[in-house]
Design a protein around this ligand. Structure first.
Ligand code: 6YU
Length: 502
């Protein structure tokens, strides 16, 4: 199906960025989407578990409102429930945290006082909101979000909990959990790694976060099935991308391609343009050998500087719920912790303390009695190395401690994500790390060759969540980045060919 000047386009990675890009592309001669794994969707990955479905990757539509392209697509395909369609839900400002009815368990066994929890949480929310003020600031009180928050907490220590010693310690312990939750949201080991100045550049869209009743993969499946047949090649891991070259198909000396994509299985694809949507985690590990010639130093630097961390989920299925039907989130507080003390480095002994708690999957008629735990950072990466049985027995011990019930029946089954060990992802999502800035995101997104006068423009284009300056780490950021790069090529294809020089 050569046409449109016979331009050959290859996209690498069939996550939402890759699927979005190839779905938007017009006027190409030929098109291929190469995906390393055996399925499309990437970090959108729904699996069966217990009596329903669970999300191993993306969970919510963050900010489901008309400005969110994931929401618009999902609505168009009829994939969302009636709640998401309600206008007041679309207008609600949740600030990136899905509002869930919660109960907070303390490590002394049993629920903590809701007023103590909301006192600490209100303080944390106020401090977190104040981080936005540093956007564009020349002088910063601290390099990282974590250090800024800890300094602010330290200043308030005398008045925490009304100044009473026990109440103050409890406030500090709850604040430690708030910081761990932020690590999950930012996909980082510690908020000390997240840069303060650009933190406010991330944009939260309005709308009460919602899920897909038929699984997030119902969206990627629909996007996949809308593509012309034969475009997507699964189990096609790319080993190297050679660019700025001059490659010919055998027996066709007239047609010259600047890019050659070589796959792990030895297959090669020559192209005029390659849209690279592979995750930043993979790029960090492999960019030096993956691109030949290597990427310009500015882009390589951006890849090194930007952050890419781990956030995993642990699903536990129970015979019977030990929680109340109205509870949507079971939070966990280790009462002897404080954000002002150095965290323990003994992963084996205390990895589970990084777990922030569990979301209750609802409704139970659909899911069974399933909790979804969230855990970020090095502790999460350590958890990936354990067996299912070890994770299950540790979770049983944790839940017995928290509920104060030494006979709490163990979960019936466990399933967890392992995004750090996933060879083609190597982590969960990106953040703007200390030492980097939003400009690095733009540099990462920049196409190559850099020279706008290059006669063979847009050989390499870059999409994927980590290339979206204000929506990084989200599905809508990924999709928009794919559309952005497709439009870049669409415009090139529509532009009149330059007049040949005499
Ligand atoms: C969202 C959410 N969510 C939880 C967890 C994870 C993520 N996200 P892809 O990786 O999808 O595709 C690339 C493909 O490339 C892939 O298929 C590879 O196999 C392939 N590939 C790689 N190398 C290759 C090679 N060599 N050859 C060929 N192919 C190759 N987002 O909106 N809501 O609830 C969550 C969550 C556990 C892991 C999430 C969520 C992130 C999204 O999943 C993710 O951004 C996109 O799916 C990525 O799509 P893609 O196409 O770019 O890559 C202030 C501030 C705060 C900032 N953060 C706030 C937002 C918080 C984010 N939310 C996270 C929360 C959860 C629970």
């Amino acid at each position: 199906m050569e046409g449109g000047g016979g331009r050959r386009v290859v996209a690498v990675g069939a996550g939402l960025a890759g699927l979005g890009a190839v779905g938007r592309l017009r006027g190409y001669g030929s098109l291929r989407l190469l995906e390393a794994s055996a399925r499309a969707g990437g970090r959108v990955c729904t699996r069966p578990f217990a009596s329903g479905l669970v999300e191993m990757g993306a969970h919510w539509i963050h900010g489901p409102s008309p400005g969110n392209p994931i929401f618009r697509l999902a609505t168009r395909y009829g994939l969302l429930g009636p709640e998401a369609a309600r206008e007041e839900n679309q207008r609600a400002q949740a600030g990136g945290h899905p509002p869930l009815r919660s109960i907070t368990y303390g490590s002394s066994g049993g629920p903590l006082s809701p007023s103590a929890v909301s006192e600490a949480r209100d303080l944390f929310d106020t401090l977190l909101a104040s981080t936005r003020a540093f956007r564009g600031a020349e002088e910063l009180p601290a390099p990282s979000v974590g250090q800024y928050l800890r300094d602010e907490i330290a200043r308030r220590v005398p008045s925490l909990g009304g100044g009473e010693e026990g109440a103050r310690q409890l406030q500090l312990a709850i604040l430690a959990t708030c910081l761990k939750l932020e690590c999950c949201i930012s996909g980082t080991h510690s908020m000390d790694l997240v840069a303060l100045e650009p933190f406010g550049e991330y944009v939260s869209l309005p709308g009460l976060d919602c899920t897909f009743p038929g699984g997030y993969s119902s969206l990627s499946d629909r996007m996949l099935s809308a593509l012309p047949e034969g475009i997507v090649l699964l189990n096609k891991a790319v080993r190297t991308i050679q660019w700025q070259g001059s490659f010919h198909e055998e027996g066709d000396k007239d047609r010259d391609f600047p890019v050659r994509v070589e796959c792990e299985d030895g297959d090669t694809f020559l192209a005029d343009h390659v849209i690279v949507t592979i995750p930043l985690g993979f790029l960090k590990e492999h960019h030096q050998d993956f691109f030949q010639p290597p990427l310009p130093e500015r882009k390589a630097e951006a890849i090194r500087r930007l952050g890419f961390g781990t956030n995993n989920k642990i699903f536990l299925e129970f015979e019977k719920p030990f929680w109340e039907p109205q509870q949507q989130l079971l939070e966990v507080v280790w009462e002897d912790e404080s954000p002002l003390e150095e965290p323990t480095v003994d992963l084996e002994a205390s990895w589970f303390k990084k777990l922030i708690g569990f979301v209750v999957l609802q409704p139970p008629e659909q899911h069974g009695h399933v909790l979804c735990g969230f855990i970020a950072g090095k502790e999460s990466e350590y958890m990936e190395t354990l067996s299912d049985a070890e994770v299950l027995s540790t979770m049983t011990r944790v839940l017995r401690t928290l509920t104060g019930n030494p006979h709490l029946p163990p979960p019936r089954s466990v399933l967890r994500s392992q995004w750090h060990s996933a060879p083609y992802t190597q982590g969960s999502y990106s953040y703007v790390a200390v030492g980097s800035s939003g400009d690095d995101i733009d540099v990462l997104a920049q196409s190559l060759p850099e020279d706008p006068e290059d006669p063979r423009p847009l050989q390499l284009l870059f999409a994927g969540e980590a290339t979206h300056r204000t929506f990084y780490s989200t599905t809508h950021g990924a999709l928009l980045s794919g559309w952005r790069e497709a439009e870049r090529l669409n415009q090139l294809f529509q532009a009149p060919s330059p007049t040949p020089r005499p």
